[in-house]
Design a protein around this ligand. Structure first.
Ligand code: GCO
Ligand code: CA
Length: 255
């Protein structure tokens, strides 16, 4: 008998912020595990071309561009899916941005933008997804936290505050929805090779620090998040609630 514990066959997964970076790698991994994936991004052409590229590889992917930080856009995207009878079985709240600046130089607007995009988005999209999952008594929510969900680092205060919030929002969602058959968990990526981190990769001092400090002695590749994502999206994790799994080459174990 084939082992179907990690199979996502027949499931629909919405991955926010998936036209590039970590989200895109996660979406591809979920599709390879059998899910039909809905790619999201704020840039419509980029989102559509990412979906097309996945479809060309034989994966079930379509694009749904909308702004995850805007309540009206989120509500209307879910109404649009309702209209097409699309049921989201798996939600990955991945969308995020970074802004590196000392606190004393940050404007309130900059602070707010990072909090809205990285944290409020998970609440808004999570709320709309859960409203539909709860009556079905089944669903998986995977929030993308960070190594910064439990640690500070100079120059990334709003990002750190948002990612710390993601860890506890994950626990709050699990507290409310676990009895209804919805598992909510998080992944905490470490230092990964993405466009967002290019400035850190190009900084010799920072690059050396990652390579000497991380027990794995290297940066992570986006596709290395797929194992944890498939686990948390599949029935293999049906009794796992409110956890954050760090995929960080051991960084959080030693810092
Ligand atoms: C930074 C990075 C972060 C990290 C990640 C580590 O400036 O610290 O941009 O996004 O890569 O969150 O867990
Ligand atoms: Ca399939």
């Amino acid at each position: 008998m084939p082992n179907t514990l990690f199979s996502l066959e027949g499931r629909t997964a919405l991955v926010t912020g998936s036209s590039r970076g970590l989200g895109r790698a996660i979406a591809k991994g979920l599709a390879e595990a059998g899910a039909s994936v809905i790619l999201n991004g704020i840039d419509k052409p980029r989102c559509e071309s990412a979906a097309l590229e996945m479809a060309e590889e034989g994966l079930a992917a379509r694009a749904l561009p909308f702004d995850v930080a805007d309540e009206a856009s989120v509500v209307s995207a879910f109404r649009q899916m309702d209209g097409q009878s699309i049921e989201v079985d798996i939600l990955v709240n991945n969308a995020g941005i970074q802004l590196r600046k000392p606190i004393v130089e940050l404007s309130a607007q900059e602070w707010q933008t990072v909090i809205d995009t990285n944290l409020t988005s998970a609440f808004l999209v999570g709320r709309e997804a859960a409203k539909r999952m709860l009556p079905r008594r089944r669903g998986k929510v995977v929030n993308i936290g960070s190594l910064m969900s439990g640690l500070g680092r100079a120059t990334v205060a709003p990002y750190t505050a948002a990612k710390g919030g993601i860890k506890l929002l994950t626990q709050a969602m699990a507290a409310e929805w676990a009895a209804e058959g919805i598992q909510v968990n998080a992944i905490g990526p470490g230092y990964m090779i993405t466009d967002m981190n290019q400035a850190l990769i190009d900084n010799p001092q920072f690059n050396d620090w990652v390579k000497t400090r991380a027990p794995a002695r290297r940066w992570g590749k986006p596709e290395e998040l797929v194992g944890a994502a498939v686990f948390l999206a599949s029935s293999a994790s049906d009794y796992v609630n409110g956890q954050i799994i760090y995929v960080d080459g051991g960084m959080s174990a030693v810092l």
